[in-house]
Unconditional design. Structure first.
Length: 277
């Protein structure tokens, strides 16, 4: 049956996370230390936990309004229990729970492209898009500075993020949200400035011997990424960034629970990044 997790379930949930997301064990350890709360975790339990869904607080805005929502994360079912509709039951409970708590939408990032069809059958629609681009390292031109992000940059980063995405549906990020991302990406967050003005940034994730550009952001985000790659000694990187037009690829989905949320998410230009994706 469906229930909320308990503190003593942490070990069992960690084991289920590792089973469902092989190769992500280090991140799973970070997630359970930094983010996990039993009261945010729905589970399907029959003598043991067979499936789980995390429900994390989220606000979605477009510059004019801010909608309370919840982020559906780490949907996982034990391999021997798959095909029984357990995840669908948990997701339906998540929908009801979010609505009862005053939420106006659920949002998620499918782990792989094939899951877009699965979530579409449950009523979700593609709502968040991004461009993926291969970037080559390039020395920084004169007049620009590139520095690793620090605590003192959080307010400027938060303001820049909202100003840049005004008019596009996107998850809101507070300074606390950016602080959490700096902990996650550690020394691989680079800020690009000209005459003291923030013009773009690059969040990189190191995967073995390669760097993945998790978020390249701002008018000069590609320049920030190219200069950061040069500093890191990398040959190139595939990077994700907000984009326009036909180059966009689907990244995230949403399930509107109110007419207001449906209208906000209907633009087809929503952007979503850095939500543990």
């Amino acid at each position: 049956m469906t229930s909320w997790a308990r503190e003593r379930d942490e070990g069992e949930l960690r084991a289920l996370f590792d089973l469902c997301f092989p190769g992500e064990e280090d991140f799973g350890d970070w997630f359970f230390r930094q983010i996990w709360r039993p009261e945010r975790t729905l589970v399907w339990r029959q003598s043991r936990i067979q499936a789980m869904v995390q429900l994390l607080p989220l606000w979605i805005g477009d510059g004019e309004r801010a909608l309370p929502a919840e982020y559906v994360y780490a949907v996982g079912t034990a391999p021997e229990c798959r095909g029984q509709g357990l995840a669908a039951r948990l997701l339906d409970c998540a929908r009801q729970t979010c609505s009862l708590r005053g939420g106006q939408a659920l949002a998620l990032i499918p782990q792989q492209p094939s899951l877009f069809c699965y979530y579409r059958r449950l009523g979700y629609q593609t709502a968040f898009w991004a461009e993926e681009r291969k970037i080559q390292p390039r020395p920084l031109p004169s007049g620009w500075t590139l520095n690793r992000a620090a605590e003192g940059d959080l307010a400027q980063m938060s303001d820049f993020y909202e100003q840049t995405l005004a008019g596009r549906p996107h998850p809101l990020r507070s300074q606390a949200d950016f602080r959490l991302q700096l902990r996650l990406y550690e020394q691989n967050v680079w800020l690009l400035r000209r005459q003291g003005r923030l013009e773009g940034w690059a969040f990189f994730e190191q995967r073995r011997d390669a760097f993945w550009g998790a978020e390249i952001f701002g008018p000069e985000g590609p320049l920030a990424a190219a200069a950061a790659l040069a500093r890191l000694g990398a040959d190139s990187s595939v990077c994700r960034m907000p984009g326009e037009g036909g180059a966009l690829q689907p990244v995230g989905m949403a399930l509107p629970l109110t007419e207001q949320a449906a209208q906000t998410l209907a633009s087809g230009r929503g952007y979503c990044g850095l939500l543990f994706n």
